[in-house]
Design a protein around this ligand. Structure first.
Ligand code: ADP
Ligand code: MG
Length: 858
């Protein structure tokens, strides 16, 4: 086997088969295994990752950290060497913490990527089998279908109206018609190799069989893979945090600069003042926040995956909380996609078979259902229902005989814009055309106008009962038509009958819809089905209420964008909609300021999924194309999962806000304490090492634990968060300021009281500030629920972090060697009790804030 510079598109396929030691029936599974060993998995190499040690070193890149280290060294040379050593140790500990956070964030992102693997159908020993795409090997024969992403570089040898969107490779946005014959011209660029399908491009139409000629990096896209490596996307929240971080850093630097100058003016030791102000800057600049946000988002994405909502784009995690509209498919998402025929009408105008009625023929032949090895029919739900019903009237053997007696020789596949499909069957020297689809679609191609009118009316009656109606028609023609007059096939048909089937709603959907409504989210049904069917089901699950509008695709097409935008908020059901129209619905909602989630599964859904604020693809029935375009994938195709995801999204955002609130309050408190003391004529309250210590134990760990906080009780009772809402809205900004000042007041009062009474004031000041922050973190766990109601034990990691810090702080107070390091002294009982009491003030004050908010604000 040589895959040298041979131009695959120029060769005869037979030659390629022998070249690759393969055949139409594919290679054997054992041969595939061997080749997989030899050529490696069919995956693009990731960009070389930063080695772990570089990631660690990166923690020291921060300018302020460097200055701090320098300041520590300088002040060590002129003064206390232990201080310097301890500061350096704390800097390293800080770096380790930052490193662990960043590493975790990266790992979590990686495991997310792994979950979005695609499947491919290969032919192995003549049998089609689905395998994970990364197991494809050169020589494999693959079956490609509309909606697939092309898994490798493939030479096509059989194509049926195959169209491929190659924009990801060539930039050409119009889908390309593909062929299977060799092309003789030399030196064609990939875009002109019409009998080749390239890895990473998308099939928008048709079917094909092809031979894999290149996998992994040995593909066209592999050659440019380096160009394609995208950096991990920055979510809006991260972006805002970055900007905010910059501003706050400057403010802090200015304050610390003033402190430095003030200290010098007061004639203090220049090195000590320098060290103090640099330490303060390091402690107060919230450099950990971006990494913490990434961790919270990606851990959240992991939790979402467990709930069967797979996040493809990280920003979706935070935008979920802003969703105000969920536009959902009906079939399979709101309903169980388990159809059964409950109503049937047969018409017998044309004599075709002495054994079977025309309706039976249509039900038995016009579908893609196949019998599996055990003789069980398998296939798409709608068609399966038809066959299952037919098998109540005729035996399985008769069914098989029917299939043999009327071999299929052609088809025009179903598509949800035309809403019908046709199959052609040989019958002696004649051809039987069978057509099935939506009543309106079939009635438009019936020969008899009266029958056509009748069909519409009678279908309407069935549809009102919530039945999905499918009509059948057909005709006999002399011989197989030419490719060119395919259109004439679906004309002048005889009516064969119709069936009504039901597809019960999913049990859990009604509850979810109620939940949506209390959460200020409007659920909207979008379906290709009949308006009456759609409305009946929408009413049953609670989507449609008495004065809501039902809009059909035809009506929508007649509305101007403006007229549509004016009534879009009144519509709760869209029926007989073509997938292309979903884009207009998204746009109209967005124009009205809504944040829309939209589901989809087909190729034609891709534009609307991309345009939606959250595009949601179906994991089971969805095509690769729709998944590629989506932000999130529903692994169980279930509407309720969307609602669960929104809930989780709101919770994640809440928790991020909580730790931002916590960290910034603590940081500003430190600044207040050090900054105000000189104005009160106090001695400098905190040593650099105290500040670093508080920063180390309070910043990272409790903040992470806050990210795992349980949902607020009113999470799904309040309206969606406005997407542009500031992080500091709803009292967060005030909280940071007033609690920061309170914390500083408590600390400074401690200093005053302790010096007045001749107590160990420095130890007391240090400990009271540390305890205040622990009290704060416990109170900040909820915005509205008191801690005693929430339960002290309901967040173990946080309790552990707080308990651990408490013990460490007691160690700082009572262990002799810690006394040495931290310049502290053991407190007597009176002092310790005072310290505990002062430390609880902030906790109670924040609990009081909740009470005030509930009572007076909202
Ligand atoms: P939805 O998924 O929203 O129910 P579809 O686009 O799948 O809508 O179907 C729209 C209409 O097309 C259905 O109401 C039905 O009349 C018709 N239809 C659906 N599936 C098939 C099929 N396999 N063959 C023929 N017609 C179909
Ligand atoms: Mg459908």
């Amino acid at each position: 086997m040589k895959f040298s510079a041979m131009a695959f598109y120029q060769e005869e396929i037979s030659k390629l088969f022998s070249e690759f030691n393969s055949q139409k029936e594919g290679i054997s599974p054992s041969e595939a295994q061997k080749r997989l060993q030899k050529y490696g998995p069919n995956a693009l190499q990731e960009k070389k990752k930063k080695p772990v040690w570089l990631l660690f070193l990166g923690q020291f890149k921060d300018f302020m950290i460097l200055i701090l280290a320098a300041a520590a060294v300088i002040s060590g040379i002129v003064g206390d060497l232990t201080d310097t050593l301890i500061i350096l140790v704390i800097i390293v500990l800080n770096a380790i913490l930052g490193f662990v956070q960043e590493y975790r964030a990266e790992k979590a992102m990686e495991s997310l990527k792994k979950l979005t693997e695609t499947q491919t159908t290969v032919i192995r020993k003549g049998e089609p089998v689905p395998i994970p795409s990364h197991e494809l090997v050169p020589g494999d024969v693959v079956l490609l279908e509309a909606g697939n992403m092309i898994p490798a570089d493939i030479r096509l040898f059989e194509t049926f109206s195959l169209k491929v969107d190659e924009s990801s490779l060539t930039g050409e946005s119009v889908p390309i018609d593909k062929v299977s014959d060799p092309i003789s011209k030399a030196d064609l660029s990939p875009g002109d190799q019409l009998n080749m399908a390239f890895k990473g491009t998308l099939i928008t139409n048709g079917r094909a069989l092809g031979l894999v000629v290149g996998t992994g990096m040995n593909t066209e896209i592999g050659k440019i893979a380096d160009l394609l490596q995208e950096d991990s996307p920055v979510t809006p929240l991260q972006q805002r945090m970055k900007q905010f971080g910059k501003i706050i850093s400057y403010i802090i630097l200015v304050i610390c600069g003033l402190l430095f100058l003030g200290g010098i003016a007061r004639g203090e030791n220049i090195f000590q003042v320098l060290l103090l102000s640099v330490t303060l800057a390091v402690a107060a600049i919230p450099e950990a926040l971006p990494a913490l946000i990434t961790i919270a988002l990606s851990l959240g994405a992991g939790r979402l995956a467990k709930k069967k909502a797979l996040i493809r784009k990280l920003p979706a995690v935070e935008s979920l909380g802003s969703v105000s509209y969920i536009c959902t498919d009906k079939t399979g998402t709101l309903t169980q996609n388990k159809m059964s025929v409950v109503n049937l009408e047969s018409d017998h105008h044309l004599n075709i078979s002495p054994r079977f009625s025309n309706l039976q023929l249509a039900m038995g032949l016009s579908h893609d259902v196949h019998l599996d090895k055990k003789g069980q029919p398998k296939g798409e739900a709608t068609e399966l229902a038809l066959v299952e019903r037919l098998l109540k009237e005729i035996s399985l053997d008769q069914f098989k005989e029917m299939t043999q007696e009327f071999p299929r020789i052609g088809e025009i596949p179903f598509d949800s814009t035309r809403k019908r499909m046709s199959t052609l069957h040989q019958l002696g020297d004649q051809v039987l055309v069978l057509c099935k689809g939506a009543s309106e679609s079939i009635s438009s191609i019936l020969q008899n106008e009266e029958t056509a009118k009748q069909l519409i009316l009678s279908s309407e009656a069935w549809a009102k009962k919530g039945e999905r109606v499918l009509a059948f028609a057909g005709k006999l023609i002399p011989n197989l038509p030419m490719e060119t007059d395919l259109n004439n096939l679906e004309m002048d048909l005889e009516y064969f009958g119709k069936v009504g089937m039901i597809d019960p709603p999913r049990e859990e959907v009604k509850v979810s819809i109620k939940e949506c409504k209390t959460a200020g989210i409007k659920p909207v049904m979008i379906t290709g089905d009949h308006p009456a069917t759609a409305r009946a089901i929408a009413a049953e699950v609670g989507i449609w209420k008495a004065d809501d509008l039902v809009l059909t695709g035809a009506e929508l097409a007649n509305l101007s964008d403006e007229a549509f935008a004016n009534q879009v908020e009144k519509v709760s059901v869209y029926a007989r909609v073509a997938p292309e129209q979903k884009l207009r619905i998204v746009q109209a909602l967005q124009q009205k300021g809504h944040y829309a989630a939209m589901t989809g599964d087909g190729v034609n859904d891709a534009p609307s999924l991309k345009a939606a604020n959250i595009g949601i693809a179906m994991g089971i029935t969805g095509t690769d194309v729709s998944k590629e375009a989506s932000h999130m994938i529903l692994l169980d195709d279930n509407f309720s999962t969307i609602v669960k995801a929104v809930k989780e999204g709101r919770r994640i955002y809440d928790n991020i806000r909580k730790f931002i609130k916590y960290i910034l309050t603590c940081n500003t408190a430190e600044i207040w304490v050090v900054g105000i003391a000189p104005f009160l004529g106090f001695a400098n309250p905190l040593l650099p090492i105290h500040i670093l210590w508080i920063n180390l134990v309070t910043d990272g760990i409790p903040a992470l634990a806050l990210a795992g906080e349980k949902p607020e009780l009113d999470l799904m009772k309040r309206p969606p968060r406005p997407p542009k809402q500031s992080l500091f809205a709803e009292g967060v900004g005030y909280h940071i300021i007033w609690v920061g000042i309170l914390m500083a007041a408590v600390t400074l009062f401690t200093q005053y009281w302790a010096t007045q009474n001749g107590w160990h004031w420095q130890t007391l000041v240090f400990s009271v500030l540390a305890f205040s922050q622990l009290g704060h973190v416990m109170a900040v766990r909820s915005d509205r629920t008191f801690l005693f109601r929430q339960g002290l034990l309901s967040n173990y990691p946080l309790l552990l972090a707080v308990g651990g810090t408490l013990v460490l702080q007691l160690g700082v107070i009572y262990l002799p060697f810690m006394n040495e390091i931290f310049h502290t002294e053991p407190l007597n009982l009176k002092e310790l009790l005072f310290c505990g009491g002062m430390g609880l003030i902030v906790f109670h004050a924040v609990e009081l804030e909740k009470w005030v908010r509930i009572r007076f604000i909202n």
